[in-house]
Design a binder for this molecule. Sequence first.
Ligand code: NAP
Length: 230
Amino acid sequence: MKKNILIVGGTSGVGLELAKHYVKEGHNVGLTGRQNPELEGATFQKFSMTDDPVQLALDIDQVLDGFNNVHTLIYAAGFLQRGHIDELADDQLGTMVNVGLLAPMMLIQRLKRRSDHPLKIMLITSSSQYTPRELEPAYCATKSALGMLGASLVRDKSLGKVLVAAPSGIRTPFWDDTEEDTETMLDPSWVSEQIVELSGGSFKYKFAKLLRDPARVEVVETLDDNLVTI
Ligand SMILES: NC(=O)c1ccc[n+]([C@@H]2O[C@H](COP(=O)([O-])OP(=O)(O)OC[C@H]3O[C@@H](n4cnc5c(N)ncnc54)[C@H](OP(=O)(O)O)[C@@H]3O)[C@@H](O)[C@H]2O)c1
């Protein structure tokens, strides 16, 4: 069945690979971000998140008005932010919380209200969800919270399947403007393939780590007791 798939953070890296996959499969794909990747067959909506939560709410309403009847939300937006907590300015902390947590919460809240079918949710976190890092306090905190958001939403019987995918380092524009050696990092198309594979079949909740060196998938937790097949 043809699905309406909204990919927030679908303009680059893993989100863009997922968009290409689902367009190829014939689904109706809407993607958001700040730079239009001009992906044929997908609709793009500009959606730029800052530290302003009021503007965020308005922009989310606009995105959802422009892409109706969402069956699947893929939340792939994220950005690198390094620094000790005292080195991060208020606006930097605010933007991290908005991108990492408030936006996915508001999207799911609104989509559930608008939807007459159980929403399928795919959240991309990070190894920072479960690995504390000195120089990524806000990033680690929001990724960890995003994972817990997914695990908690599973308890809501009127929502569909929830996949939380936590990848290790991936070779994407995420690392632009850094000196980081990305050579041994995961290939974004491989990460996308694993996420597609993990999201298929019947389950209510799945939490999986996508690890590197060697590239492999570890399914940490699956809940099947409330089978949902959408
Ligand atoms: N790369 C890694 O090593 C790695 C490792 C673990 C987890 N992750 C996570 O995996 C996900 C995908 O990352 P990626 O590697 O594919 O990175 P990427 O290529 O940089 O893509 C990130 C996406 O998020 C969007 N985005 C970032 N900040 C935004 C903002 N303020 N407002 C609106 N959109 C924003 C970007 O939009 P534009 O490009 O259009 O601005 C882009 O579509 C992220 O959640 C990231 O945290 C990445």
